[in-house]
Design a protein around this ligand. Structure first.
Ligand SMILES: NC(=O)NCCC(=O)O
Ligand SMILES: [Zn+2]
Ligand SMILES: [Zn+2]
Length: 485
């Protein structure tokens, strides 16, 4: 069975052109003029872009004494309806270790996911078991390991643990990811605000100022440099963190930065709303910043010092958020955005001229496909690539509303935002999984695990250079040594 997408304008990260796309089975078979197939999809007046890849989600994540309410079923349906065809979720090891957690994550995803998915592994301690399991994890198709520098007493790792893990990543050809906030300072500031009686959600932002993110980002980058490994900083939210990334890149370090659609478009005034529920629903880490930071993030995307726009989709219900009604440190951290990332970024980015359509494609799919080593299977419109495609109609509009969303939770942080530009169709491996105006849910379980092989090139280049410039002992002949000592 073949399908032709006709009449659209293909927007790739590197160029824009008009052509038909022929899909055979799950793959793009040909791109050209006047192609024919068994079925035709009309893309007249629309752009055809690679399906979005969201590299940062937490579906059903056990966290802060509860579990994120968004399931693999609801979350991946939300993703597809918004033009995201692959999500990459974080496996959090429990006491049984990485492999047991990986089995559990894969089981949940396999049963429920309607989009394709991939997984990152979190490193939340250090031991011989961690060292050994990391190799097994890479063997199972995971080439990224996440480290939390925040959440003291829970997920946080210290510098020595991070350095050990980064060195292991270097040896395995894996990429470390980092949640960069100084967990020690945050813990102290949290106690300070509680002692002052500032217990509301605004204190979440007060206790996590941009400096704690800037410091940790710089530290993570320097530790990665010492370990001889590239590093990817998740949810980069402020100028201080962006500055550290920019500076490192200018020095030739392989450092990547990932702003979220929330940080690009929502600011800290969200925490000053008189309605406690409203503000608590927006509690996430790092918190929303003032607008000057948004300008920095947008500039970074345009200039290439930041590469990816993600969501960190970690959705809790209002009831779950209320656990922290008397103490902001107990409000489960996380917001949603999977369904809205592409339309909001198009509206606030492309429609305003902050991004070109090609830059939009780069930061929503192509760049991350390259960083995660799944390009051109994903993130590309090329013969042989997976037919993960979005027929994106720049004229379709909607007002974002929790009442009509696919996400399971009872609110939306983008409530009331008018978006212009929506998927007319979303295709996942050649199957139409979303048609605007139909609302049909694709079959849970149709999604497939995307395995990601280790990176041979960058890590090899870094270790070759490190070895070349490594300190060498000075060999001294007897005549240059002190006599009689
Ligand atoms: N970001 C957030 O607040 N929650 C999810 C866990 C994390 O990524 O830090
Ligand atoms: Zn995080
Ligand atoms: Zn996260």
């Amino acid at each position: 069975m073949s399908t032709v997408i006709k009449g659209g304008t293909i927007v790739a990260a590197d160029r824009t052109y008009e052509a038909d796309i022929l899909i055979e089975g799950e793959k793009i078979a040909a791109i050209g003029d006047n192609l024919a197939g068994d079925n035709t999809l009309d893309a007249d007046g629309a752009y055809i872009i690679p399906g979005g890849i969201d590299p940062h989600t937490h579906l059903e994540m056990p966290f802060m004494g509860t579990t994120a309410a968004e399931t693999w079923e609801s979350g991946t349906f939300a993703a597809l309806s918004g033009g995201t065809t692959t999500v990459v979720d974080f496996v959090i090891p429990g006491p049984e270790g990485m492999i047991a957690a990986l089995d559990a994550w894969e089981e949940r995803a396999q049963r429920q996911a309607s989009s394709d998915y991939s997984l990152h592994m979190c490193v939340n301690g250090w031991s011989q078991k961690h060292f050994e399991e990391m190799a097994e994890v890479v063997g199972r198709g995971i080439n990224t390991f996440k480290h939390f520098m925040a959440y003291k007493g829970a997920l946080m790792v210290n510098d020595d643990e991070m350095f050990a893990s980064f060195q292991r990543c270097a040896a395995l050809g894996a990429l470390p990811l980092v949640h960069a906030e100084n967990g020690d300072i945050i813990a102290a500031l949290q106690q300070k605000y509680l002692a002052l009686g500032t217990t509301g959600p605004e204190a979440h932002a007060f206790s996590r100022p941009p400096e704690v993110e800037g410091e940790a980002t710089n530290r993570a980058i320097m530790i990665a440099d010492a370990a001889g490994v590239p590093v990817y900083i998740v949810h980069t939210s402020c100028e201080q963190a962006h500055e550290a990334i920019r500076r490192a890149r200018q020095k030739g370090m392989r450092v990547y930065g990932e702003p979220l659609i929330q940080h690009l478009t929502l600011d800290e005034s969200e925490y000053f709303n008189p309605d406690w529920d409203y503000s608590a629903r927006r509690v996430m880490s790092p918190p929303f910043r003032d607008k000057s930071h948004q300008d920095s993030l947008w500039a970074g995307l345009a200039a290439g010092s930041l590469q990816v726009v993600a969501t960190d989709h970690c959705a809790f219900t209002t009831e779950q958020k209320r656990t922290g009604v008397k103490d902001f440190t107990k409000i489960p951290n996380g917001t949603g955005g999977l369904e809205d990332r592409l339309p909001v970024l198009w509206t606030k980015g492309v429609e305003t001229g902050r991004l070109t359509p090609n830059e939009f494609v780069a930061v929503t799919s192509t760049n991350i496909a390259r960083i995660l080593n799944i390009y051109p299977q994903k993130g590309a419109i090329l013969p042989g690539s997976d037919a993960d495609l979005v027929v994106f109609d720049p004229k379709l509009t909607k007002k974002i509303s929790a009442a009509s969303q696919k996400s399971i939770i009872d609110y939306n942080v983008f409530e009331g935002v008018e978006v212009k530009g929506l998927p007319r169709y979303t295709l996942s491996r050649g199957e139409v999984v979303w048609s605007h105006g139909k609302n049909d849910q694709p079959r849970p379980g149709r999604g497939r695990l995307v395995k990601r092989p280790a990176f041979p090139a960058v890590n090899k280049a870094l270790s070759t250079w490190k070895e070349l410039v490594a300190p060498r002992p000075v060999v001294r002949s007897a005549e240059h040594m002190p006599i009689g000592v």
